[in-house]
Design a protein around this ligand. Structure first.
Ligand code: ZN
Length: 878
């Protein structure tokens, strides 16, 4: 900068200054005045032990934008904790000046049906390529959030990048999780130079969902996901989406595509090759820059849907991921004598030879990769734009000429969940239609008002992949050997997870359709007369209604036996609501469900809940995502809870404070021992310990109800005496590596069984009140989950069939291991009980079809809770 200024002064004094030169000099002068990140932060980006806070990052971009005509900063909206979510647009000033026109053009390119031949060739000639770079969604992978400032500075000041910006619009998201930048940064600044310097914080780095914030890109449960989704599929439709991550500390220094197999059948091969092109361009640039240890085809695959690169890939966008090796946050990490240089190969031609790895190294690798992408998009601008159009055309054509031709959501079942599914598709850019009249398709007749998702649309891959069944290929290390693990889950079929009726149309059809922008629920009503309202508990709106009724002073009974009312038989699990009628009426209208008011029916021994259940949700200091998801789901359903930490459990007296305690899924070891000493201040280490287990046993003996989610069942069985058994299975890549406490004879199951994220079919014992509102069969989410068997006195509520393969979507090796075993068990302990879940009823906020098993279990526990104080609770016992 000093050099530039001196030149400026010297040259300005000379007589040959032409208009052209003056223009150049003016721009030099301007760029010389652009703030460097160091000038704003007070330290260089990537300096050891230094992390910029979100306020500092925001301040930097604001100052850069006010000084540079190439940089524009927008706030897309507030994050979960209220921070500004930033989108920085960086391009040539002439492009920024016609931003509105560029936005409109991108929308046309994304949907080639709107594009005439002349317009297409004009856009291929002149429209800049649009590249989105998203940093540090995983906040402990913090390098990219720091890198973003230096990248923006270079883009704004470097003359060759300035040329590239005439051809490219860079959309830079300095963090896809701004709250996390401060959650991690604050923790780091508190802990650096202490014994636990560089460890992860004891709480989730996204306020609800932690690392699973990158599992949310079709479900859109979180504020941050929704904000970026709108920018992607509502505004900008970029041709490239680059998601900048970090992996563990060992191994290669940076993963870049090509990704690993398998390739999802919905990804166009042209797109896969374009991803490979960008990845190898990045790798080449990294090696050119003298950076080593760049590797391809690590464990990141092209099967999975739901990530910040995989959803764009189903929108014809080149979805790129890089994963730099991590330091200890901003603390360097050095190899020791045990370090072995990886073997050289075609996927890693120059391995890293070891040494110290600093935050600055991460920043350097990411800077090179990001700049390589911008330069490639500039030199191949026309190809990028043209390919985007062609991919959209191919998707439309595939949907027009091959099955499936459409998916239909008939107007039946829980209309709230049906509307939710349709609105998720719409929010991610999918066209949804409604039939104006009855129509016939694929041999089935659908009524007017059916929602239709046609497949002849550009984002077909996304819609199809969400609505169809996944059939993960049989991949093994060697023939007959153990399975090769997928990167993440293998099945996600939303109609199954959400419990929405969706039909596939496998033949061409005609129907009178209108496009819908949003799907709303029709207000429901409570018909009939009488003091008791009967609810069949089949919609999720009813769950919220029940809690509202309880909060308003009403009571809810769960029928423990079938009974007669209004001339018909009502099943076990029917909800009988008394009082708080205004609250119920308003919920029925707002949430779209119906009920029937009757005179007092003669039910036998109903289970009664007469006030809001007192629910405690255990939170460990191990930052458990399942805890965060449980919290989020309870809040969505309007179910209040109290968070219980280790010390609160160990303090005991739980029975006087709570009716129900929920243990989220976590390993037995984490419950028992928590974080190890030395990894955090002592108040965050040690887990429940023996005192915690004793308190939980006392709670159960006194009549309390414990809900143990998935792996927590193992803790409840082993440490709390729940009379049940679990089958030891693997959670990791090697099904033979993990051994449970079972006798050796059972280990045969371990090597024969593997299901790392699948939807499974179970039989429901509808005579149990916890099954209230469920059908005869249910689709449950199994993610290397817990296979149960009821012990003495215990009762299976959900079970795997003895004669059907339970796989509905995804992958199961060894389904026979499940046959006849249980997925949900009520296990008595003293006067109380544990409800052992062998799956995730609230998995990632997606499994809306099984939310009610969790809330039913809470109501069931509250109905059984010993009478407390003067509330006169109608405990009936069993
Ligand atoms: Zn990550």
């Amino acid at each position: 900068m000093k050099t530039a200024r001196r030149q400026d002064g010297t040259m300005a004094g000379r007589a040959f200054a032409t208009v052209l030169l003056l223009g150049v000099l003016a721009s030099w002068h301007l760029e010389a005045q652009l703030p460097t990140p160091e000038a704003v932060l007070g330290f260089p980006v990537g300096a050891d032990s230094m992390l910029a806070s979100w306020r500092q990052i925001g301040e930097y971009f604001t100052r850069l934008a006010s000084a540079s005509p190439k940089v524009r900063v927008d706030t897309l909206g507030p994050t979960t904790q209220g921070r500004p979510y930033l989108l920085v647009t960086i391009s040539d000033p002439a492009n920024l000046a016609r931003r509105a026109e560029l936005l409109a053009n991108q929308r046309r390119l994304a949907d080639p049906r709107t594009l005439g031949a002349a317009q297409e060739s004009a856009l291929v000639r002149a429209q800049p390529a649009v590249v989105l770079i998203s940093c540090s969604i995983h906040a402990t992978e913090i390098g990219a959030s720091q890198m973003s400032m230096e990248l923006a500075y270079r883009l704004a000041t470097d003359s060759s990048l300035g040329e590239a910006l005439k051809q490219v619009v860079v959309l830079l998201v300095p963090s896809a999780n701004p709250d996390g930048i401060d959650i991690v940064g604050d923790w780091y600044r508190d802990s650096r130079w202490k014994r636990w310097d560089g460890t992860a914080p004891p709480w989730l780095y996204h306020p609800y969902v932690g690392h699973d914030n990158n599992r949310d890109w079709y479900m859109l449960t979180q504020a941050e996901t929704r904000l970026l989704t709108r920018a992607l599929y509502g505004d900008w439709f970029p041709e490239v989406f680059y998601d900048v991550h970090q992996k563990g500390a060992t191994g290669s220094r940076m993963f870049v595509p090509p990704f690993s197999d398998p390739v999802n059948p919905n990804l166009d091969g042209m797109l896969v090759e374009a991803i490979n092109l960008v990845g190898t361009q990045m790798a080449t640039a990294l090696y050119d820059a003298g950076l080593t240890g760049v590797a391809h085809q690590e464990r990141f695959d092209l099967w999975w849907h739901g990530g910040n690169r995989t959803v764009p890939a189903r929108h014809n966008m080149i979805g790129i991921l890089t994963e730099a090796a991590s330091a200890r946050l901003a603390t360097p990490l050095c190899t020791d004598s045990t370090y072995r240089v990886p073997e050289r190969g075609v996927n890693q031609p120059i391995p890293w030879t070891g040494g110290c790895w600093h935050l600055r190294d991460i920043v350097d690798y990411e800077l090179v990769a990001a700049q390589a992408l911008v330069r490639l998009a500039a030199t191949q601008r026309a190809e990028f734009v043209q390919r985007f159009v062609r991919l959209g055309r191919r998707a439309v054509e595939a949907g027009r000429t091959s099955a499936p031709y459409a998916f239909v959501l008939p107007p039946e079942g829980d209309q709230g969940r049906r509307a939710h599914l349709a609105n998720l598709l719409i929010a991610t850019g999918v066209e949804v239609h409604r039939s104006r009249a009855e129509f016939t398709a694929g041999g089935r007749t659908y009524p007017a008002g059916s929602l239709v998702v046609r497949m002849d649309q550009p984002f077909r891959a996304h819609a199809k992949d969400l609505l169809e069944r996944q059939d993960y290929p049989d991949r093994r290390r060697f023939p007959g050997g153990p399975p090769l693990p997928p990167y993440d889950v293998t099945g996600w079929t939303l109609p199954l997870q959400m419990g929405v009726s969706v039909a596939t149309v496998d033949a061409p059809f005609a129907a009178d359709l209108e496009r819908v922008d949003t799907v709303t629920v029709t207000p429901g009503t409570i018909a009939g007369r009488g003091a008791v309202v009967l609810l069949d508990n089949t919609t999720n709106g009813m769950i919220t209604a029940v809690w509202r009724v309880l909060a308003a002073g009403g009571t809810v009974r769960i029928a423990g036996q079938p009974f007669m009312a209004a001339g018909r038989t009502w099943p076990v699990g029917t909800l009988l609501v008394r009082g708080a009628r205004a609250s119920l009426d308003s919920a029925a209208r707002q949430l779209g469900f119906d009920g029937l008011a009757v005179r007092e029916p003669g039910t036998a021994e109903p289970l009664t809940v007469s006030s809001v259940p007192r629910v405690a949700l255990y939170r460990s200091w191990n930052a458990n995502m399942d805890e965060g998801w449980t919290r989020w789901v309870l809040e969505q359903l309007a179910v209040p809870y109290t968070t219980l930490t280790d010390s609160a459990v160990r303090a005991g007296d739980l029975g006087n404070r709570f009716d129900v305690v929920i243990l989220p899924s976590d390993s037995e070891q984490v419950f028992a021992a928590g974080r190890s000493a030395g990894t955090a201040p002592p108040r965050y280490t040690g887990g429940l310990g023996e005192a915690g287990a004793t308190a939980l046993r006392a709670f159960l003996r006194g009549g309390g109800t414990l809900i143990a989610l998935d792996e927590a069942s193992r803790y409840a069985i082993t440490r709390l005496g729940a009379p049940a058994r679990f089958v030891p299975t693997s959670r990791g890549s090697d099904p033979t590596a993990e051994q449970g406490p079972e006798p050796a004879a059972d280990r045969g199951d371990v090597s024969r069984f593997y299901a790392p994220g699948s939807i499974l079919d179970v039989d429901v014992d509808r005579s149990h009140p916890v099954a209230s509102g469920m059908g005869e069969r249910a689709a449950v989410y199994f993610i290397s989950s817990t296979i149960l068997e009821a012990g003495p006195g215990a009762r299976a509520i959900l079970s795997y069939s003895r004669d059907r393969n339970p796989l509905l979507s995804g992958l199961v090796y060894g389904p026979e291991v499940l046959a006849g075993r249980a997925a949900l068990v009520e296990a008595p302990v003293g006067q109380g009980r544990v409800l052992l879940f062998g799956f995730r009823p609230q998995h990632r906020g997606q499994t809306q079809a099984t939310y009610r098993l969790l809330t039913n279990a809470i109501l069931y526990g509250a109905a059984h809770a010993p009478a407390r104080g003067q509330t006169g609770r109608g405990a009936t016992g069993r």
